[in-house]
Design a protein around this ligand. Structure first.
Ligand SMILES: *Cc1c(COP(=O)(O)O)cnc(C)c1O
Length: 400
């Protein structure tokens, strides 16, 4: 008999849990888009977004998901026929490369597989080999949500500089912004892509592109840019409608205001620390389970792991059986494995993910871990002992 009544926890890596404050802010009548509160509020979002990305640069907002923000970023600095270098560490790196193909840009892919971060030496060698300087940009994924690999963007910048290459560094921070430490300016990132539904805790529907003056200069040199994707008027509007290339995403903006207030209230450093500690608690539990059974983290090295999503495997089909059990019996929805095997391949049913991004705290994570343990017991999946004790010890600081 199911015990899933009560408050559900959507523990997938986006969309993430929506805070009540965000939902309340969105639950309101349609606002006037020509004068009043919405207009006054919107300009205040810009510096707060820039603060979250740690940049003094510019911000353009799009009514889109992450795929739209990917395309928006490319449309401003790349023309058909241009080349980009894509160091890929999972499904999302390949996804951005494919968006590039769709706008006529040729991606050169450096594939680092599904269980390792970008190797800066290989990246540097590929850039050195580009003696004609045809590569216009490096498209790097900060956290690849499919594999849960977290890449060292500072190291990527160092590799570009070591090669003496002028390419722009464009970073996909959709799964890392407001979860993992990210310092756009200090790390030398020229263009940052983000979206509303992960660490920013707002429903899907807002895409963000942050860009610095170097990227703005690249935009200025473009033969033409689609009116709709052009970040110029969005980042520096003369009229309110230009922020969004048309009607504003009214309710999302009220939700975003509430989310940015929460982020400001807690502080970025404490938010990063919270995500780091919750992630370590999850890893400790998984390590303990793995001592006595087949459960394994996708990444062996903690420094390579995201603090917002954890990719895991069991013997197929137990990943799917476990997801089904915890959703049906315990009210926790875990993420499917993404890009680890073809959906038609029996191996697909071994992979799953835990999302722990945004509005999450110890009781949610410990509840999720306890539910997973209950599921493994109910389903007869072998697992080591002491996982919940290990997670609690990390939460309490007992392992610091
Ligand atoms: C979620 C995600 C995307 C895609 O975002 P959509 O909103 O689904 O289009 C791209 N990159 C990363 C790293 C993501 O986590």
């Amino acid at each position: 008999m199911s015990h899933a009544g009560g408050r559900p926890y959507l523990a997938i890596p986006g969309p993430s849990v929506m805070p009540d404050a965000v939902l309340r802010a969105m639950h309101r009548a349609a606002p006037n888009i020509y004068e009043g509160e919405l207009i006054e509020m919107t300009s205040g979002l810009i510096p707060d977004l820039a603060h979250v990305a740690r940049t003094e640069g510019h911000v353009a907002i799009y009514i889109s998901n992450g795929h739209g923000a990917w395309e928006a970023a490319l449309a401003n600095v790349l023309a058909p026929g241009d080349k980009v270098l894509v160091p890929a560490t999972g499904r999302f790196g390949h996804g951005w490369a494919d968006i590039a193909r769709g706008v006529g840009v040729a991606p050169q892919i450096l594939d680092f597989g599904k269980q390792a971060p970008v190797d800066p030496d290989r990246l540097e060698a590929a850039l050195r080999a580009d003696t004609a300087r045809d590569i216009k940009a490096v498209l790097a994924t900060h956290v690849d949500t499919a594999t849960s690999v977290r890449n060292d963007l500072k190291g990527v910048r160092a590799a570009i500089d070591a090669a003496g290459h002028p390419a722009l560094l464009m970073a996909d921070c959709i799964a890392s912004l407001a979860c993992d430490r990210f310092e756009m300016d200090a790390w030398g990132v020229d263009v940052t892509v983000a979206a509303s539904q992960k660490g920013l805790m707002v429903p899907p529907g807002l895409g963000f592109v942050f860009f610095n003056d170097k990227a703005a200069a690249a935009r200025a040199g473009m033969p033409r840019v689609s009116r709709y994707w052009d970040w110029g008027p969005r980042a520096d509007p003369e009229m309110f409608y230009q922020y969004f290339g048309g009607t504003a995403p009214t309710h999302h903006l009220f939700g975003l205001r509430a989310a940015l207030d929460m982020i400001k209230g807690e502080g970025l450093e404490p938010i990063w620390e919270r995500h780091a500690r919750l992630a370590r608690a999850i890893w400790a539990a998984c390590d303990a389970w793995g001592q006595g059974g087949p459960l394994a983290l996708n990444l062996g090295t903690p420094a390579h792991r995201s603090h917002a999503v954890t990719a895991l495997r069991l013997d197929p089909p137990d990943g799917t059986r476990l997801r089904d059990w915890v959703a049906g019996e315990a009210g926790v929805t875990l993420g499917i494995g993404l890009g680890m095997a073809d959906p038609g391949d029996p191996a697909w049913h071994g992979f799953f993910r835990m999302g722990h991004m945004g509005h999450v705290n110890p009781h949610m994570v410990l509840g999720m871990l306890g539910s997973v343990q209950a599921g493994m017991e109910a389903l007869g999946i072998p697992h080591g002992a002491g996982a919940l004790d290990a997670a609690a010890a990390v939460i309490s600081g007992g392992r610091d």
